[in-house]
Design a protein around this ligand. Structure first.
Ligand SMILES: [Zn+2]
Ligand SMILES: [Zn+2]
Length: 343
């Protein structure tokens, strides 16, 4: 009698097989974690706008590729040499998919700027699947009180707004404006409020005014019917403007709303230029700074802060099989506010 083959139950994955291709739900063998890696049984994965890089194409991506960098799940198997993480432990994986540990930035301890940093869903298969393999450098522990679907968006949208605000230099009581009440902005408003800032939420139209106040905004500025920069000046000028909506035009229009030594913190990713004159920067010592996600320890800080203060993402869920639908919903800009796939 022939020996029975070792059972490797197939799993479902949502993959893109070429740049610009559609989502394909495929069956794959459950992967084995190599040394220094763990296998995660994925419970939830957020759909982030940056997944467009995998969907539409980005230099260096090898296809087929499974997107997803807002992953929450349970460690299901340890690769050789992994001692600091346990089977059954709840973990998340965000934008930071691991560093080489050897480049100049890493030797300086600046892992977020690693020359060879890996990104889940781009450098290796991400979380749009039932099981994912990740290096230990990418893992963040998830606190007990946060569910997987709540934790997932905090691992990219959350860490980005939390990190940008806590590094912005604003102190409690300062006027901080959050431009955009969307996927990033609805979290930015909550974090800014819990940090003790006076929060001005800026949106186009009046639809989100009540919601912005519920999330913690002190004032709501409708940039469609008023000049938002002038409104901010009436309030004394913003110490920080967290620009979350990916509209360079909207960001440019807000620069004159900065107060003395104020800073525009840019997290909404767009490829159009922001327009600013040297004079706008020189008078008032204004600055413009960009901010990207952060490392897994920043993720853990974000998750712990959310646990402590009650900051939570607003979510629409889709089953993994409907990844294409969930992605289309995210692209439409109509989701309230983060789309999360569940497995
Ligand atoms: Zn993201
Ligand atoms: Zn490095």
């Amino acid at each position: 009698m022939a020996t029975a083959k070792a059972a490797t139950a197939p799993m479902k994955a949502a993959q893109i097989s070429k740049p610009g291709g559609d989502f394909e739900i495929v069956e794959r063998e459950i992967p084995k974690p190599p040394p220094g890696h763990v296998r995660i049984k994925v419970q939830a994965c957020g759909v982030c706008h940056s997944d467009v890089l995998t969907k539409d194409g980005w230099p260096g991506i090898e296809y087929p590729r499974v997107p997803g960098h807002e992953v929450a799940g349970i460690i299901d198997e340890l690769g050789a040499g992994v001692s600091e993480w346990k089977q059954g432990q709840r973990v998340g994986v965000g934008w930071h998919g691991g560093q080489d540990g050897t480049c100049l930035s890493c030797r300086r301890g600046d892992f977020r700027n690693c020359r060879n940093r890996k990104i889940p869903g781009i450098s290796f298969d991400g979380g749009y699947q039932e099981y994912m393999v990740a290096p230990v450098e990418a893992l963040a522990a998830i606190p007990e009180s946060l569910s997987a679907i709540e934790a997932a968006p905090l691992l990219c949208a959350g860490i980005t707004t939390f990190g940008a605000l806590r590094q912005s230099g604003a102190v409690p009581g300062d006027l901080v404006a959050v431009q955009g009440v969307g996927g990033l902005g609805h979290l930015g408003i909550q974090f800014a409020s819990k940090f003790g800032y006076k929060v001005a939420a800026i949106g186009r139209g009046s639809e989100n005014a009540a919601l912005a106040k519920k999330l913690g905004a002190t004032v709501y500025i409708d940039s469609k019917s008023t000049n938002a920069a002038q409104e901010l000046q009436k309030l004394g000028g913003a110490q920080v403007i967290l620009a979350t909506a990916p509209s360079s035009k909207a960001m440019s229009e807000l620069i004159d709303g900065l107060g003395p030594n104020g800073k525009l913190m840019v997290v909404g990713a767009s490829t159009d230029p922001i327009e600013v004159t040297p004079v706008q920067l020189i008078f008032g010592n204004h600055a413009i700074q960009g901010w990207a996600a952060g490392t897994p320890t920043d993720s853990e800080d974000t998750l712990r802060f959310a646990e402590l203060t009650g900051v939570r993402p607003m979510i629409e869920t889709y089953p993994l099989e409907k990844a294409a639908e969930g992605y289309a919903r995210m692209i439409s800009g109509k989701a309230q506010f983060r789309v999360v796939l569940t497995m």
